[in-house]
Design a protein around this ligand. Structure first.
Ligand code: PMP
Length: 345
């Protein structure tokens, strides 16, 4: 399968000459770094970070079993979402297609870039209708956003539908796998090199416990990675994030233990929640949260806030009527939630 990126790119991006930072032009050991107008005194954060994040990308390459030229690192995965709009969508003219309900940032990034979004509804069980997504495509559609496991529903979308869209759409398919570490067998990352129009987003904010560091990944063809790298802020991943991420990534066993614990807790939470008379339905989840339909979701939300327990009210979102979204917490946090809900029966 081939992809003519030059046709998809905005003219100004195709012709853009990227900013060349001091540390682009020289990297390595030097007797004196007098090229970047830094403070010479060891604060110790006085030096700019590696703009290419070489060490971190090498580590991620080994971890994810994919070569570094397929990897872009962002300030959270929200950064590549915005960059994809800026690279491919002409403000006021182009369009993207997404599913509904899904993660809210695709729409915010679209609005910031003045791009309209055609939303294709999932089924009542939050399944993907691949034919309907493809039908919503117009000659102006540059990107399709898909999210699996999907937020806020929690379910992984059927791979055959995802692949149908990737194979048939002539533009770029962005598949957001933010929650994939909770169901790694469902990832399409092993297929990435086969599809030059596929961008897979992942994040270290969830299973890896690094939400505060802000580190997200876009995996894509070297040509797409090159475009994102040319338009990003030169030093988008700061030194503290690069160092701390390297430290935490060295301990994959930690992440695996956290995932195990979260999956065990999720199973317990499903059983417990289903026993409450005010719970109508707990939707199946492949992620670290549950979408729970209840009688009086707003009343329960407010009751929980009064107990200093914060969940997410999703009851005003389409197909999520009556629903709260509950993250799987630590065993102690989950017990606190159950004790509070016990007071309602
Ligand atoms: N994608 C999805 C589906 C998410 O739910 C989130 C965060 N809630 C993100 C991306 C953003 O993650 P990050 O912290 O990497 O910006």
């Amino acid at each position: 399968m081939s992809l003519d990126l030059t046709k998809l790119l905005r003219d100004n991006i195709r012709n853009l000459k990227p900013y060349s930072s001091a540390r682009d032009e020289f990297s390595g050991e030097a007797a004196a770094f007098l090229d970047a107008n830094e403070n010479p005194f060891n604060s110790p954060w006085n030096r700019y970070p590696d703009p290419h994040q070489r060490e971190l990308k090498n580590r991620i390459s080994a971890l994810k079993n994919i070569s570094v030229e397929h990897i872009f690192l962002g300030n959270g995965s929200d950064e590549p979402i915005d960059l994809l709009f800026r690279a491919f969508c002409e403000p006021g003219l182009d369009q993207v297609v997404s599913i509904n309900p899904t993660y809210g940032m695709y729409r915010v990034a679209a609005d910031t870039n003045n791009i309209s979004v055609a939303h294709v509804s999932l089924s009542a069980d939050f399944e993907l209708d691949a034919a309907a997504v493809l039908k919503a495509v117009t000659p102006k559609t540059k990107l399709i956003f898909l999210c699996s496991p999907n937020n806020p529903s929690g379910n992984a979308l059927d791979n055959s539908g995802l692949l149908k869209i990737i194979e048939e759409f002539k533009g770029i398919v962005v598949l957001d796998e933010a929650y994939i570490d909770f169901c790694p067998e469902k990832s399409l990352l092993p297929l990435l090199v086969k599809y030059p129009n596929l961008v897979i987003l992942q994040t270290f904010s969830k299973a890896w416990g690094m939400a505060g560091l802000r580190l997200g990944i876009a995996f894509a063809s070297p040509e797409i990675i090159d475009v994102l790298s040319r338009i990003k802020y030169p030093y988008n991943i700061n030194i503290l994030t690069q160092q701390k991420a390297l430290e935490l990534l060295a301990n994959e066993a930690n992440k695996n233990q956290w995932v195990d614990s979260i999956l065990k807790e999720r199973a317990k939470m499903i059983t417990n929640l289903q026993s409450y008379p005010f719970v109508v339905k707990v939707y199946p989840s492949d992620a670290n949260f549950l979408l729970v339909q209840m009688h009086d979701p707003r009343g329960i939300y407010q009751f929980l806030v009064d107990q200093q327990i914060i969940v997410r009210d999703r009851s005003s979102i389409s197909l999520c009527e009556g629903c709260l979204r509950i993250s799987i917490g630590s065993p102690e946090e989950n017990a606190t939630l159950m004790e509070a809900l016990d007071q309602l029966i």
